[in-house]
Design a protein around this ligand. Structure first.
Ligand code: PLP
Length: 321
């Protein structure tokens, strides 16, 4: 048994999307609501943090250190978990400190995290310095990897497959945004462990398919080992679509805006501009291109991220339409 601290609201609901299904004349669409995992606006990192925080606690750590982008959902959820369980939290954020405080950046500050701003190339150095400085303050540091994506974090998504199968077991596809790969690696191992028969397709948010397939297959192997699943995962087995990268990470374009609008107007469901918006844009395009048959059941795994909606420049862009 992996050590776990339970704080996510689980199981997250699985809901049909009948109006969106009709509007897109598509396969039968469903959603799994991991935007409702509960911790400070929820998201996929909450599941991973249940295991990562337990590991941190077991190792006697008092200071959580992690890294992410300016509007990182992972950083926001880590900051919230740190508050809830009495850790300090240092976030190494890559990029320019924004002039205006908004979205996840606002929440990081509000949750009392110490923020360190660096260029992406300086991230490792900044993490090492944060480690040193925690030790100098007499606090044992614990590094949570980028995106919470090591075998311990990914394991949470293996267990999530069992949760899903208890709710809905006849799905043909699971579609979701994939970035640091922990969600996808976990789902692959979970599919093997609990016998999910459908296919698992990650829509890449920022990396080439080749890069993501390679990192996910490696991480899935490590996660399988951790969970006692005797299986390796080849890169070809990791299904990734990288056709929807648009203008790059965090750049919301017309496809993401259309996806946000369609999910909102047909289902009252709020996506985020960076991750689920991009994955939903991919899903919509695949439906329009006839990738699925009408009788297939397709589950969109909503991985959260909604506070970024209220961040610059997304709020202005979406308000203008
Ligand atoms: C809202 C949201 N969805 C999806 C992802 C991607 O998950 P993973 O990093 O496990 O691939 C992230 C990662 O930051 C995220 O914040």
């Amino acid at each position: 048994m992996l050590p776990r601290i339970r704080f996510a609201y689980l199981p997250t609901p699985v809901e049909p999307l009948p109006r969106l299904t009709t509007a897109l004349q598509g396969p039968q669409l469903w959603v799994k609501r991991d935007d409702q995992t509960g911790l400070a606006f929820g998201g996929n990192k909450t599941r991973k943090l249940e295991y990562l925080l337990a590991d941190a606690r077991k190792s006697g750590a008092e200071a959580l250190i992690t890294a992410g982008a300016v509007q990182s959902n992972h950083c926001r959820q880590t900051a919230a978990a740190a508050c809830r369980f009495g850790f300090t939290c240092t976030l190494v954020l890559a990029g320019e400190k924004p002039a205006h405080i908004s979205g996840n950046y606002f929440l990081d500050r509000f949750l009392g995290a110490e923020l360190v701003w660096v260029e992406k190339s300086q991230r490792e150095i900044a993490l090492k310095e944060a480690f040193k400085s925690a030790r100098e303050d007499g606090k044992q540091p614990y590094l949570i990897p980028y995106g919470g994506s090591n075998a311990i974090g990914a394991a949470a998504y293996s267990f999530a497959v069992q949760e899903l199968l208890d709710q809905k077991s006849d799905l043909d596809w699971i579609i979701f945004p994939s970035s640091s790969g922990g969600t996808q690696a976990g789902l692959l191992v979970g599919a093997e462990k609990y016998g999910f028969q459908g296919r698992i397709l990650g829509i890449s948010v920022d990396n080439s398919a080749a890069m993501l397939q390679s990192s996910v297959s490696a991480l899935a192997g490590e996660t399988a080992m951790l969970l006692g699943v005797k299986r390796e995962f080849s890169t070809e087995e990791v299904k990734v679509n990288d056709e929807y990268l648009g203008a790059g990470y965090g750049e919301m374009g017309d496809p993401e805006m259309e996806a946000l609008k369609l999910f909102a107007l047909y289902e009252g469901l709020i996506l985020d501009p960076v991750y689920t918006g991009r994955a939903a844009a991919g899903l919509i395009d695949l439906i329009r291109r006839g990738f699925f048959t009408a009788d297939q059941k397709v589950l969109f795994w909503h991985t959260g991220g909604t506070p970024a909606l209220f961040a610059d420049p997304y709020l202005d862009m979406l308000s203008a339409r």
